[in-house]
Design a protein around this ligand. Structure first.
Ligand code: KG4
Ligand code: ZN
Length: 342
């Protein structure tokens, strides 16, 4: 079964065609990230206008790749589209484009929850079979969730952030350290890589690390970084940005990895799946791999290019989880959570 998926939840416009939920045939991603870097944050109106500009060329590019493989539109079995969560102005562009194509081509359309999509980045091109129950750690710019995946589409919520998401904490700290104004997770992680052992080791809090629940809190961490920067400013020596970045990253990684491995142990899950933009973080990936290994857990991490927003995992999630819906029943829903069915 070949599904053409469209993703437009935030500042990426993407289309992809995936066969049987696991084989990527073609994929295109356009981004308006550079514009938001200039304004130091996303302006939803600007992101939506860029979605309008990119959506047709992106779909067209994916279809050209499909034709180059010897296929035509008649080989497509279904369409799929992200309906939420995300920015409403961005979402509606993809949703309405997908509906128009479904109508014109007389093909079914499958609505997909973007957060469930991130989980399915683990199923595409993965040679190691994933066995259930599996624990999912979803860490993105807007969400941090720990979920028990009992089978496709059957999730039990274990916990999540009570305030800032992990990615949001990375972004805000990168801004405090002057590393980047917008989506600075990558830059912060690169700065941390420059430091092998931080002079600030143990100085930042690991909130809720040792309680039994699977919830997280990252807003205090960001405030602690702010205080640390202020206290360093009085000493009149240049700010040790890489050292602070490393201690911040260690604090986030400590909490995320301990809770994820504890969840695997307590729920008898032998497989751990990582998803969301922050799963591109090398320190998180390598710590979790080590901990999983020593606890007899098989760790799955998507390739870096499938960690951030794209339409490949949307097509995969559509294949494994959802059925087509009447076009009149498919709407953008900006505030969906990972447990919401669409
Ligand atoms: O999943 P995503 O692409 O968008 C949302 O759906 O939120 O995640 C974006 C988030 C941003 O906060 C970004 O800074 C973070 O993922 N991120 C990283 C890394 N790459 C992306 N955070 C830490 N280390 C990275 N290497
Ligand atoms: Zn995302």
């Amino acid at each position: 079964m070949k599904i053409l998926a469209i993703e437009s939840s935030c500042d990426e416009t993407a289309a992809a065609i995936v066969q049987d939920g696991v084989t990527e045939l073609c994929s295109t991603v356009a981004s308006s990230k550079e514009l938001h870097e200039r304004t130091g944050g996303i302006v939803p109106e600007v992101a939506a206008r860029k979605q309008v500009e990119f959506v047709v060329p992106v779909i067209d590019d994916t279809l050209s790749q499909f034709r180059e493989l010897g296929f035509s539109i008649s080989d497509l079995d279904s369409l799929a589209v992200t309906v939420g969560p995300g920015l409403v102005g961005s979402l509606v562009v993809g949703v309405e484009a997908a509906k128009a194509l479904a109508l014109a081509w007389n093909k079914p359309l499958i609505p997909v929850n973007h957060l469930v999509g991130h989980v399915y980045a683990n199923f595409v091109g993965n040679d190691t079979p994933i066995e259930f129950p599996a624990v999912v750690l979803l860490v993105s710019g807007g969400h941090t969730d720990l979920v028990l995946m009992k089978s496709h589409g059957n999730f039990e919520y274990l916990g999540g952030t009570l305030d800032d998401a992990a990615g949001e904490a990375f972004d805000k700290t990168a801004r405090l350290l002057g590393l980047a104004q917008y989506l600075g997770g990558v830059q912060l992680s690169k700065a941390a890589e420059q430091c092998s052992s931080s002079t600030f080791s143990g100085r930042l809090p690991r909130a809720m690390m040792h309680d039994n629940a699977y919830d997280f809190s990252f807003s205090g961490l960001k405030t602690a970084v702010k205080r640390l920067i202020e206290s360093e400013a009085v000493s009149n020596v240049p700010l040790a940005v890489n050292d602070i970045a490393k201690e911040f990253e260690d604090a986030v990684v400590d909490v995320l990895s301990l809770k994820a491995i504890n969840a695997c142990k307590n729920y008898g899950a032998k497989h751990l799946l990582l998803g969301g933009g922050v799963s591109a973080n090398k320190a998180l990936r390598s710590r979790l791999e080590k901990m999983a290994d020593s606890n007899g857990v098989i760790m799955h991490v998507p390739p870096i290019r499938l960690c951030t927003d794209n339409a490949v995992y949307i097509a995969s999630a559509a294949y494994f989880n959802n059925s087509p819906k009447e076009l009149s029943q498919i709407h953008a829903d900006p505030s969906l959570g990972i447990m919401d069915r669409v």
